[in-house]
Unconditional design. Structure first.
Length: 159
C-alpha cells in the first residue's frame, strides 16, 4: 500500500512507530525513483500521541486512563457497528484485558518530545510534518487546555 501510495497519491499520513515510519519513507523514496517521480512532490506526515510531562514515566502515568479509554474506543469499533445505542462507557482502566495499546506514543518533557520528533525527521531524511494526537475526551477541560498549551509553546515552535 505504501509503494502504491508513492506512485498514485500526494503523501503518506502514518501513525507507525518512528523507526517503521522511517522505513516506510525509504519505500516511498525507492518507489518514486522507480516511477521517475520527484519525491519533493510527496508529503510525509507523522501522526503520534504527544504527552508532555516532567518525564516520560510521569506523562505516561498522568495520561494512562485517557490512553486506555482512547484505545478501548478503537478496539470496540467493530463490535459497535452492530450494537444498538446508547454506546457503553469504557470499562475501568484497571480492567484492561490485554488490549494492544496505541501505536505511537511520544512522552516526556517538551525538550524530549522535540528531540524525538527531530529524530524521526532526521531518520527520514526528507521534510516531515507532524500531527499531534493530543485531544482526549475523558480529560477535564482545564487539563486538556494545559496539555495543548505545553505542546503549542514547548514543542511546536521547535519542530
Amino acid at each position: 500500500a505504501i509503494r502504491r501510495a508513492a506512485r498514485l497519491s500526494d503523501g503518506l499520513f502514518s501513525n507507525a512507530p518512528g523507526d517503521t515510519f522511517v522505513e516506510h519513507v525509504g519505500w516511498v523514496l525507492d518507489e518514486c525513483a522507480k516511477a521517475g517521480r520527484d519525491p519533493a512532490s510527496f508529503r510525509f506526515v507523522h501522526y503520534s500521541i504527544l504527552l508532555p510531562g516532567p518525564s516520560r514515566q510521569e506523562a505516561m502515568t498522568r495520561y494512562a486512563d485517557e490512553l486506555f479509554a482512547m484505545q478501548w474506543k478503537y478496539d470496540d469499533m467493530e463490535a459497535s457497528a452492530t450494537r444498538s445505542l446508547p454506546p457503553p462507557a469504557p470499562p475501568a482502566a484497571g480492567d484492561q484485558r490485554g488490549g494492544r495499546g496505541p501505536r505511537t506514543v511520544l512522552a516526556g518533557t517538551p525538550d524530549e518530545l522535540v528531540e524525538q520528533l527531530r529524530s524521526i525527521r532526521d531518520g527520514a531524511g526528507v521534510p516531515v510534518d507532524f500531527v499531534a494526537r493530543s485531544y482526549f475526551p475523558m480529560l477535564e477541560i482545564d487539563d486538556q487546555l494545559e496539555l495543548m498549551r505545553q505542546l503549542a509553546e514547548g514543542v511546536a515552535p521547535h519542530v
